[in-house]
Write a protein that binds this ligand. Sequence first.
Ligand SMILES: *Cc1c(COP(=O)(O)O)cnc(C)c1O
Length: 337
Amino acid sequence: MVNIKWEELGFDYIKTPFRYISHWKNGQWENGVLTEDNTITINEGSTCLHYGQECFEGLKAYRREDGQINLFRPDENAKRLNKSAARMQMPEVPTEMFIDAVKQVVKANEEYVPPFGTGATLYLRPYLIGVGPNIGIVPAPEYIFSVFCMPVGPYFKGGLTPSNFVVSEYDRAAPYGTGAAKVGGNYAASLLPGQIAHDRSFSDCIYLDPATHTKIEEVGSANFFGITHDNQFITPKSPSILPSITKYSLLYLAQERFGLEALEGDVRLDELDKFAEAGACGTAAIIAPIAGIQNGEDFHVFYSETETGPVTKKLYDELVGIQFGTVEAPEGWVFEV
Ligand SMILES: *Cc1c(COP(=O)(O)O)cnc(C)c1O
C-alpha cells in the first residue's frame, strides 16, 4: 500500500502514477493511452492558453466496504463535458470513451483509491483543451482529452462543520455567457473574489445573479440549496449557474426519499429568513452546511453557527451512503469500476 495519511488529506495536487491522454487530429480521436508523464507539451499558439478554449469535469471514485470501487453518475459528467465542449466549439468526447478513460485511470492508480471509512476519495479530473498552431480567434485545429487523478479529503476544511460565506460584488459569469459551462474562464474570473473572501476568513464567496444582484446563484464552485421552514428544498434556477450533478441528485433524494417539496426557483437575498437551513453542494464540496452569509453589513445566520441542521445531515448521509455503496442507489446512479 502507498504511504498516505488518508484522514489528513486536503484538496491538494498529488502526483499519481498514471493518467489517460488522447489526441484529436484530422477529425477524430486517436486511441487513448495511459502515461506516467504528468506534463504536456503543446504549441505556443494553443487556443487553451490564449482564448480559454477548454473545459473540464470533476468526479470521484469511492472505495466500498467490500473493497470494490464505485463511480457516481459518470455518464452525467460525460454529458456535461460535451455540453461545455459544444459551447466552446470543441469536438465531442463520446460517453463510452469518457467512462472508459475514467475507469482505466482508476484501475491503473488503484492503490491511491482511499480505503473505505477514511472519508477520503479519489478525485478525477477529465479535461479537454484546444491545442496546435494558431493565432486567430478561431477554434483550435487539434485537441487533447486527458484524465488524471489524486486522493482527496474535504474541499472545505471542516467537512460537515458549518462555515461562513460572503456575498461578492463580482460576477463569475454573464447572464447568457458561459456560467452553465464548466470552463476555465469562469474560474479565472473567480480567483480574485475567492481570494478576497479567504482573506476575510470566509470559506468562499457567494455570487449573485449577474443581471440584478438580488438573488443567490452560486457558492464559490458549488451550488446553493436551502431548506425552508415548511420543508421545501430550493436551489436557484438561472442560465448562468453550473448545473451541478450533486444538486440534481439532492433534488431527487429530497423529493423521493424524504418527502420534501423539491424545486428550482429564486433565492432572493431579502428572503433568506424563509430558510431554516442552507448549504453548498458539489462533487468536491459534497454538502457543506452554510452557517451564515455576510452581505455588506448584514450577517444572516441559518440553522446554527456550529451545528449542521437535521435535513442537511439526512441528505448528506443519504448521498454519501449511496456513493460509498452503503445505501441503495436509485437505478443507474452507481457504476462499478
Ligand atoms: C463543478 C461545479 C459545481 C458542482 O457540480 P457537481 O456536478 O455537483 O460536481 C458547481 N458549481 C460550479 C461553478 C462548478 O464548476
